[in-house]
Ligand binder design. Sequence first.
Ligand code: HEM
Length: 414
Amino acid sequence: MDNSDQTLGKSLLDVLSGKSSDNPFPLFTQMRGMGSVVPIPFSMGGINHQAWVVTRMEETMQVLKDHTHFTVDRRSIVSSSAIEKNTDPSASSTFLTESMNAVDDPDHRRLRTLVSKAFTPRYMEGLRPRVQQIADELLDGVQTQGKMDIVKDYAYPLPINVISEMVGVPESDRRKIHVWSEAIANGLGLGRHDPGIEEHLQAFSSYFMRLVAEKRQHPADDLISQLIAIEEEGDRLSEVELLSLIKLLIFAGHETTSNLIATGTLMLLDHPEQLEKLKTDLSLIPPTVEELLRFNGPITIAGPRYATKDIEIAGQQIKKGDMIIPLVKSANRDEHQFVQPQELDITRKIKRHLAFGYGIHMCLGAPLARIEGDIALTTLLRRMPNLQLSIPRENVNWQSKLASHGLSSLPVVF
Ligand code: HEM
């Protein structure tokens, strides 16, 4: 790696750890120019690791589907018992380490199968009327004011309310969930774990322990109660897994989708000719949602993978134990896959994008996110067709959190 490569690697780490929230796409273009698999300097806990960034679609898919050579669970390749499975249900960060996103088969398949029953496309379609009602209620609240903050008034509350209802979090507690998950997402990034988030992780965790205890006494028609019934049946779900799963669904189920709605709205405002085309034909919303996911989706990277064996990809010699970072936002702008990838084109026929990942860990909530994105944008454009930014474009602030990149606020008039 020469000096300029090191500088690029350092800039990328600043983006991924949330230290820099500049427009990352020119950097991603430069990285693709360097290759499909690019080494970057990376240190975690003071120890240097060999890390690689995968910048193009073909190689990203190769990594995400190859479970023989790559794992999401670093513990499976560390020989010492230094990192052990956490079996304490009250441990605060288990949802990041014990949940389906962070374990391999057979545990992954068992957990995903249990929860997939609640995430069938049919069940999701059945949620449409309720999602529509929530979207309308939120816009009713601001309609007469003639202005709103898209993030605070619409994009954030819509998905948190949908997933909370599904899971069984009472309405009165949703504000607390917001505060905790904001703080947790802000304090985490690749190789970053701010000490200040511990108290929020603990509060988030204790809250769900109490809620599960309460639902054990008073089951209701919600996902927590269904999962408790499975746990109580016997050996299919442990208590630590039950709690991790619930926390993961709440956490994964709102932040990202709110970014899709808010960033998606800004991308359309940035491309007035595309927005006009869409307003004259709202049946273009589904392909628009796909193009927004491709063009500037909420997630910058899929979870890091670790090589379980030596392997060569795109001419690079990857060694057992190396970390691989699938840069999905870059893969979604791959010149080898898309014509004019840097252009937003809502009529583009997209064969595939990687905004929801790929392979066995591909997003469980994708059908729900698509429905929410579809209803949120349709309702917004139908009810507020004259939507405009109310601050200068250069004052719009980006925020990087965990693996996602979104807006801290988006003030508009309509
Ligand atoms: C636009 C919104 C969303 C985006 C862009 C998104 C993106 C992703 C991505 C890229 C992954 C794969 C990560 C990896 O391979 O390391 C993933 C996994 C996951 N997502 Fe989403 N997500 C969204 C919405 C949701 C929603 C609404 C839910 C829940 C209701 C959800 C639940 C999950 C879960 C549980 C996983 C782990 C799946 C597994 O490991 O098998 N996501 N998501």
